[in-house]
Design a protein around this ligand. Structure first.
Ligand SMILES: Cc1cc2nc3c(=O)[nH]c(=O)nc-3n(C[C@H](O)[C@H](O)[C@H](O)COP(=O)(O)O)c2cc1C
Length: 332
């Protein structure tokens, strides 16, 4: 997620992974016109920690040479696969005919998969939406083309471009894609609590679940899911149970946010204070709906001038017991 799924959030979630568990990690969307000339590891979007593995960066693009070069460079950088964005609905992406615009041209979208798969350098997948219209048979035909061109998995966010990220995601479309294709299908959309993960798998048969916004608020969801499956606690939390009640989650939320700020200081030590604050505020804005007084937390975050002031403010905010809300209207 642009502005959110950077190294800091990934490292925070990683600390909550059940001991011994692994998962695949996305990046923010990376523009294939820029990746070939960027100093990877240095830009905020491509920064990674040496401790990170199983990275599957996401690229945006529609031209052969930039895509080929981006894939090559991202493999050197440590990618184990590359994801192509065919879901971004923002105007700029539509103007450049990438993101969800590619879903309007099935043949060209299939060609983009071919561009990224050229030379079979790494597995290539595609992140999709329900499409421009909510037309399931079009979606299935569209994926046919992607698979024929070498897509090794698809991730489906079953909302239309028009819905952006609001309204209910239609999980039945994930089930339809699963029943039609042999490749792994990753389900996405509206997963807010651990039970939603198991529910999505049960309801759709998907091979994996991608969680977006809720992981900013509840990064320990991976611990809760692991615990439900009988897996170990995260390293350093042995003998503890995952937080579950609204108050336990509220307490963990404070702890996680303080850790986020600490990691921000470490991973982005060279960025300006204002850029680091901007990133942290966007994170807080995204997580706020799951916190009973999240709007107040966000509003206070706009009145601090440094990460250390933010840290102090967050510490005192969570000195009062705070409660988390399981599900909320997703509006961002
Ligand atoms: C701020 C923001 C930025 C996003 N950027 C991307 C992106 O770059 N690439 C992408 O595939 N999806 C992006 N998404 C969409 C999410 O990946 C996800 O599909 C969507 O939020 C639905 O999942 P959720 O309900 O679990 O959040 C973004 C979402 C948000 C909130």
């Amino acid at each position: 997620m642009v502005g959110l799924s950077h190294v800091v959030l990934r490292l925070l979630i990683k600390e909550y992974l059940p001991s011994g568990a692994t998962t695949f990690w996305p990046t923010e969307m990376l523009n294939s016109r820029r990746v070939p000339s960027e100093r990877l590891d240095l830009t905020p979007e491509t920064r990674r920690s040496p401790s990170e593995n199983h990275l599957v960066p996401q690229i945006l693009g529609n031209e052969p040479e930039p895509i080929r070069l981006s894939v090559e460079r991202l493999i050197e950088w440590g990618a184990v696969g590359v994801d192509i964005n065919m879901g971004c609905p923002v105007r700029k992406a539509l103007q450049h005919n990438y993101g969800v615009a590619l879903m309007g041209d099935a043949a060209y979208a299939a060609a983009v998969v071919k561009m990224a798969s050229a030379g079979s350098l790494c597995p290539v997948g595609v992140k999709l939406r329900a499409g421009l219209q909510n037309d399931l048979s079009y979606l299935l035909g569209f994926i046919d083309g992607l698979v024929a061109s070498g897509a090794r998995w698809v991730t489906l966010h079953p909302r239309t471009a028009e819905m952006k990220r609001r309204g209910r995601a239609d999980w039945s479309q994930i089930a339809s894609v699963v029943s039609r294709f042999d490749i792994p299908v990753i389900g996405n959309g509206d997963v807010q609590v651990a039970a939603d993960v198991t529910e999505m798998i049960r309801e759709t048969g998907c091979s994996g679940v991608m969680v977006g916004r809720a992981l900013t608020a509840r990064p320990w969801m991976v611990w809760q899911v692991g615990e439900d499956l009988g897996w170990k606690a995260p390293e350093g939390r042995e003998g503890e149970r995952a937080p579950r009640s609204p108050v336990e989650e509220g307490q963990e939320c404070g702890r996680a946010l303080l850790r986020y700020i600490e990691l921000m200081g470490q991973a982005y030590g060279d960025l300006t204070e204002s850029l680091r604050l901007r990133k942290a505020r966007f994170h807080i804005k995204t997580m706020a709906p799951w916190l009973a007084f999240g709007h107040e937390l966000f509003s206070r975050s706009t009145r601090v001038d440094s990460l250390s002031e933010l840290q102090e403010m967050v510490g005192s905010f969570f000195n009062q017991p705070q409660e988390m809300i399981p599900r909320t209207e997703l509006r961002q």
